[in-house]
Ligand binder design. Structure first.
Ligand SMILES: [Zn+2]
Length: 160
């Protein structure tokens, strides 16, 4: 999105708000070049194909309510959920597709949820990926542990 003031080819989103009906997003943007602020309205052309075949427009609320269940009793706030839903929406929009299925939304949730809370991530993944044995949990936990080690050694490398 070009800056309307100086035509700079880039702008930074400083706030995003979904309208009450969930059909559009208003973004406040700021130009990194001249500092000018402007708003854009993005109309939802993002549809979700449910397992039943029903098509409905993408809703951050639905993402939040799906994840909220997995977060029960965890130190996750509504603001965290809202941020996660925003990330999910951004990542599915980045694919450029105007229609996605619920499966792809589930996939897009896993990454940011894992960053947010690993226990909630495991709960969500167990439902979404239909874990049916202890081995499924064990391999997911092993993966989380392996990534912790990677992250720690990555940090050590960066310090050198
Ligand atoms: Zn500008």
């Amino acid at each position: 999105m070009h800056c309307p003031f100086c035509r700079h080819s880039d702008s930074r989103v400083i706030d995003s708000r979904t309208s009450d009906d969930g059909l559009s997003i208003r973004r406040r943007r700021q130009c990194p070049e001249c500092g000018g602020r402007f708003s854009t309205i993005e109309t939802a052309s993002l549809n979700v194909i449910k397992r039943s075949g029903v098509i409905e427009s993408f809703s951050r609320e639905k993402v939040m309510s799906g994840v909220r269940k997995a977060c029960q009793g965890r130190p996750v706030t509504e603001a965290d959920l809202a941020m996660l839903a925003q990330k999910v929406e951004e990542s599915v929009r980045q694919t450029g597709a105007s229609q996605i299925d619920t499966n792809e939304i589930g996939l897009a949730i896993l990454g940011p949820l894992r960053e947010l809370d690993e226990v909630a991530y495991l709960r969500f993944a167990s439902v979404y990926q239909a874990f049916d044995s202890l081995e499924d949990f064990e391999s997911s936990i092993a993966q989380l542990r392996a990534d912790h080690v990677d992250r720690l050694s990555g940090r050590a490398d960066a310090d050198q």
